[in-house]
Design a protein around this ligand. Structure first.
Ligand code: SAM
Ligand code: SF4
Length: 342
């Protein structure tokens, strides 16, 4: 565990702010580091998972969520790994909703979602869902995700999520050059057909095999141009002012939108309002942090609510100014995306 500078007395234990003037309002809470997929840009085949006993329990997730909302967090996104693999997902959602009034969202690969699960999640208090889908082609799906699932199952989950009222439903796609970068317009068509937002995320150096390199990376600008050739786009203000995406509607008035999240070509660190808690209870102030702070130790060591709030404030205070992906001295963090929570 890393050591850190304590937050100033006036905010410590009261609100989550960092030393660079940012206020934290969003929490990404990873509930598992396990996944039924092995997406090439995320988990390697030889990945090692955290021992089960180190993973937080439902009551611990709910307590962390409550404390974070007491410190100003308004939105909590459950992530992983694959959160739908967690046997107590419904209970986790319900316990968090019971413990605090934050809006609870879920990001998932969608492969395990049935209409019944979606209805139960909605009833438990889930507000919104984001589903990841990188390709509409079954063979590519197999080679990207190295799973037995396919795009049909994910498309069905997207359609059932819309029907279940878990909107606005968003779809996330990562394009890799020479792998699926020719599908930008097809994925934009999905946005039009289902009247949803499809968001293209630039590939980041967070994969466990360390395979990230500039030749695989596709910029948001290039993806936008590729879509514009088929469907001219018009930029609009995002629904959420703290959104990291640039959002565009279709100039011909078709429903749906596309968004571009460009952490590599246009870092949005200055406006970042996030903090992350890993499934094993480490606070990561930034996706690219090399420092992480063990909240689990304090949670399991009898820490009081005030001690835990102070700890969260200290961790947030130590959030780095930016990720520095494009700087010469950039080092990829040891934890990979699946173990941090995207
Ligand atoms: N398993 C769930 C899923 O795939 O949606 C939730 C966890 S996953 C880590 C969250 C998001 O991170 C997904 O949209 C995924 O595409 C994205 N992601 C994973 N590795 C990435 C990388 N190296 N660069 C950019 N996005 C990545
Ligand atoms: Fe699993 Fe999501 Fe990572 Fe794919 S992106 S391997 S589905 S955690």
């Amino acid at each position: 565990m890393s050591s850190f500078t304590a937050a100033p007395e006036e905010s410590r234990g009261h609100r989550l702010v960092d030393a660079h003037g940012r206020t934290i309002r969003d929490m990404r809470l990873s509930i598992t580091d396990r996944c039924n997929f092995r997406c090439t840009y995320c988990i390697g085949t030889g990945v090692r998972f955290a021992p089960k006993g180190t993973l937080l329990r439902t009551d611990e997730f709910a307590r962390v969520a409550r404390l974070a909302t007491e410190l100003g967090v308004q939105k909590i996104r459950l992530t992983g790994g694959e959160p739908t693999l967690h046997p107590d997902l419904l209970e986790i959602v319900a316990s968090i909703r019971e413990a605090c009034d934050a809006s609870v969202a879920l990001i998932t690969n969608g492969s395990l979602l049935t209409p019944a699960t979606l209805a139960a999640l909605r009833a438990a208090g889930l507000a919104r869902i984001t589903i990841s889908l990188d390709t509409l082609r079954p063979e590519r799906f197999s080679s990207i995700t190295r799973s037995l699932s396919g795009p049909a199952a994910v498309l069905s989950a997207i359609e059932h999520s819309i029907a279940a009222g878990l909107g606005p439903v968003k779809v996330n796609a990562v394009l890799l050059r020479g792998v699926n970068d020719d599908e930008a317009a097809d994925l934009a068509d999905l946005a039009r057909r289902l009247a949803i937002e499809v968001r293209f995320i630039e590939y980041m150096p967070l994969d466990s095999s360390g395979a990230w390199n500039a030749s695989l990376w596709v910029s948001a600008a290039e993806t936008r141009q590729a879509i514009s050739r088929t469907h001219p786009l018009r930029e609009v203000a995002p629904d959420d002012p703290s959104s990291t995406a640039r959002v565009f509607e279709f100039a011909d008035g078709a429903p749906g939108r596309v968004g571009f999240i460009a952490p590599v070509s246009s870092p949005f660190c200055g406006a970042c309002s996030r903090i992350r808690i890993t499934a094993d209870g480490m606070v990561r102030p930034c996706l690219f942090s090399h420092d992480e702070f063990s909240l689990r130790e304090l949670l399991r060591g009898g820490g009081t609510d005030m001690e835990l709030r102070e700890f969260l404030c200290d961790a947030a205070w130590n959030k780095q100014a930016g990720h520095g992906i494009t700087s010469a001295g950039f080092r990829q963090p040891l934890r990979v995306m699946s173990a941090i929570g995207g």
